[in-house]
Write a protein that binds this ligand. Structure first.
Ligand code: PEP
Length: 266
């Protein structure tokens, strides 16, 4: 049995005070929920305060990204030991909004300057290998952009991202890795991938893990779906064979809607 995992990615939202208010409202709403792992990903500056505000709640706190080196001359970066120090126990990597937006420039910048965030399959791999040497649980995000889907390349794109991310990962480490299948065209757009199709691609993720590490590893690995998950769509998605949780953006910003998604996993 795989423990469902519901994660809320707040992106660049919520001050320290707003994060603390959320914790006070949210923790009681999920206090009686058993058997579901729940994590919130605030901005870096709010990690420590959010962790403290959650008190003895089992809700975990995570980092939205990190650099794979522990310390040094890397201005503007944050590392795994610093996230651990702030109270994080989980970390996101390879989110589409960090993967150089898949080469899509920021609308208010031009040309190469528009690629403000630079994750690639190679840097995602470096980050995963580093995370597996820390105490943090890594959530590796994968997913296709719209043109890749329209050209029938979804499965190949997702498979390739996973194979690249897992390069050098040992069989003894794979059970710690969580994947999030996030079709990029469904993130923040209100467009949810149909549950059957989301399940099918999560099945591709599982099959890719099976191909590399065998049946038991594939059976144990947890796979979230992400992309405009709402309380209304969560139950159907979470009932699917290969979907073991959700990575939630917009609907995690309100305590009641995120709590409803957590409850849909029970
Ligand atoms: C996300 O941030 O990973 C995400 C899926 O966002 P949203 O739920 O808003 O689409």
């Amino acid at each position: 049995m795989r423990t469902p995992f519901i994660a809320g990615n707040w992106k660049l939202n919520k001050t320290i005070g707003e994060s603390q208010s959320f914790a006070r409202e949210f923790a009681p709403l999920v206090q009686d929920v058993e058997g579901v792992q729940v994590a919130l990903f605030p901005v870096f500056t709010a990690i420590s305060a959010l962790k403290t505000a959650l008190g003895d709640s089992k809700v975990e706190v995570g980092g939205q990204d990190f650099y794979w080196k522990a310390s040094g001359a890397y201005t503007g970066e944050v590392s795994l030991p610093l996230l651990e120090d702030a109270g994080a126990s989980v970390v996101l990597l390879g989110h589409s909004e960090r993967r150089g937006r898949f080469g899509v420039p920021e609308p208010d910048l031009e040309g190469e300057a528009g690629r403000v965030f630079g994750d690639s399959d190679h840097s995602v791999n470096k980050k995963l290998l580093a995370a597996l040497c820390s105490s943090l649980t890594p959530i590796v995000c994968v997913g296709e952009i719209l043109t890749e889907r329209e050209n029938g390349h979804t499965d190949a794109v997702v498979e390739n991202q996973i194979v690249m991310a897992l390069d050098g990962v040992d069989a003894s480490q794979i059970a710690r890795v969580v994947f999030a299948y996030e079709p990029v065209w469904a993130i923040g757009t209100g467009k949810t991938c149909e549950a059957d199709e989301a399940n099918r691609v999560c099945g591709v993720v599982r099959a890719t893990v099976v191909a590399k590490f065998g049946l038991d590893a594939g059976d144990a690995v947890r796979i979230q779906y992400g992309g405009s998950v709402k309380p209304e769509s969560a139950r159907e998605l979470l009932a699917m064979e290969h979907i073991d949780g959700a990575l939630v953006g917009g609907a995690s910003l309100k305590a009641d809607s995120f709590a409803a998604i957590v409850r849909a996993a029970v």
